[in-house]
Write a protein that binds this ligand. Structure first.
Ligand SMILES: Nc1ncnc2c1ncn2[C@@H]1O[C@H](COP(=O)(O)OP(=O)(O)OP(=O)(O)O)[C@@H](O)[C@H]1O
Ligand SMILES: [Mg+2]
Length: 368
């Protein structure tokens, strides 16, 4: 096959930093002491808000940006000082960066021509990758005659035709409409798995990250703050930052009342709860946050001793109802799936909020 990359390789970043001189702030870190091991064949996503250092980290892997400290290894090879063109990497940018005056065939063939491949081999390989990305027959078109999704497929074809050992993606889907983004992300994922190429993918879209990745590295201010698969990040966020960045969450202020093996008693908004939780690092009297996902909340008629709330807003969406609730401990979002007919709670209504007693993440106040 045209894009057979051979055995996949791992990537290692060891204490990698990028420092820039800012006119006002002086020396600032765009990436700081990033240490990361990406497994052969893995698709790892760098996820985080704008300016957190995703592109900078990717550019250092690509060789477009020299680290101010640390080492980068691709396979067993230290590439820290190796030029981008000698790193065997395919790069897909947000702007497709196609040559507007060249045909689709020549756009894809470009990397092979630079490598001085023979014409017959080029024709065969370009044909094969265009087939692979669903663009057979588009060889003679110009980029301006293609839709955004098609242009991004050309960019993908151009990246894989050189049989890179690593594929890097920087927000490749952000110029596409919502529906096409969903379609293209599964195409990219499928292709990456089929080719078995190790890939690093950058996005600020948490849903895209969860859908496409083996693992996600969440970044904040130049640092990796948590690394894990989608479920771990959703279920076990290590900080309020991750809890709020991955999915929607309620961060309820609570006080620890008791800690026993496997059981943590808390008081939250005037109610008492006994949670099934390890309790490591928790002590009586400690201020904590409970990470409560909106879909984990259930509502019932008001009753004494329960966590009481007033319905402030109700949005009926068919398969679910979204509630905006007010408790003594602050606002709370709840999502109830498949609500029974006529069984929703109207605004102004007082309700009892039931929180699950297992599976809740308890974060010390300091884990911001
Ligand atoms: N060449 C440069 N000179 C100075 N500062 C830079 C340079 N490149 C990046 N920075 C700064 O480093 C920080 C991280 O930038 P980076 O482009 O890596 O962010 P990002 O996570 O990719 O953001 P976005 O989601 O907006 O693309 C930013 O504060 C940026 O201003
Ligand atoms: Mg960026």
């Amino acid at each position: 096959m045209a894009a057979d990359a051979g055995a996949p390789v791992g990537i290692r970043l060891e204490g990698v930093s990028a420092q820039f001189r800012h006119r006002v702030k002086g020396l600032v870190y765009a990436a700081r002491d990033v240490t990361l091991a990406i497994a052969p064949g893995e698709l790892l996503t760098l996820l985080g808000p704008s300016g957190c250092g995703k592109t900078t980290t990717l550019r250092m892997i690509a060789g477009f940006q020299e680290p101010s400290a640390g080492r980068i290894l691709i396979g067993e090879r230290d590439v820290t000082r190796v030029m981008a063109s000698d790193r065997d990497i395919g790069f897909v940018f947000q702007s497709y960066a196609l040559f507007p005056h060249l045909s689709i065939f020549e756009n894809v063939a470009y990397g092979l021509r630079v490598r001085k491949e023979a014409a017959a081999g080029i024709a065969r390989r370009v044909g094969a990758v265009l087939d692979l990305v669903g663009l057979a027959g588009y060889e003679r078109q110009l980029p301006s005659q293609l839709s955004g999704g098609e242009q991004q497929r050309v960019a993908l074809a151009r990246a894989i035709v050189i049989r890179p050992r690593v594929l890097l993606f920087d927000e490749p889907l952000s110029n596409l409409d919502a529906k096409l983004r969903v379609q293209m992300r599964s195409e990219i994922r499928e292709l990456q798995k089929r080719l078995g190429i190790t890939a690093v993918y950058v996005t600020h879209d948490q849903e895209e990250a969860m859908a496409i990745s083996d693992r996600i590295a969440v970044m904040s201010r130049g640092e990796i703050v948590q690394l894990g698969d989608a479920e771990t990040l959703y279920r076990r966020p290590a900080s309020t930052f991750v809890a709020e960045f991955i999915g929607r969450s309620n961060l309820l202020a609570a006080t620890v009342e008791s800690v026993a093996p496997g059981a943590v008693g808390v008081s939250v908004a005037g109610a008492r709860l006994l949670l099934e939780a390890p309790g490591d690092g928790l002590g009586q009297g400690m201020a904590v946050r409970l990470v409560v996902r909106p879909e984990a909340v259930t509502l019932a008629a008001e009753r004494p001793g329960a966590l009481a709330a007033t319905v402030r807003g109700r949005t009926y969406l068919g398969e679910k109802v979204e509630y905006e609730l007010e408790t003594a401990g602050g606002r709370l979002q709840a999502v109830i799936f498949d609500p029974p007919e006529g069984g929703t709670f109207p605004p102004g209504c007082r309700v009892a909020v039931q929180l699950p007693t297992r599976g809740l993440q308890i974060l010390p106040e300091t884990a911001s």
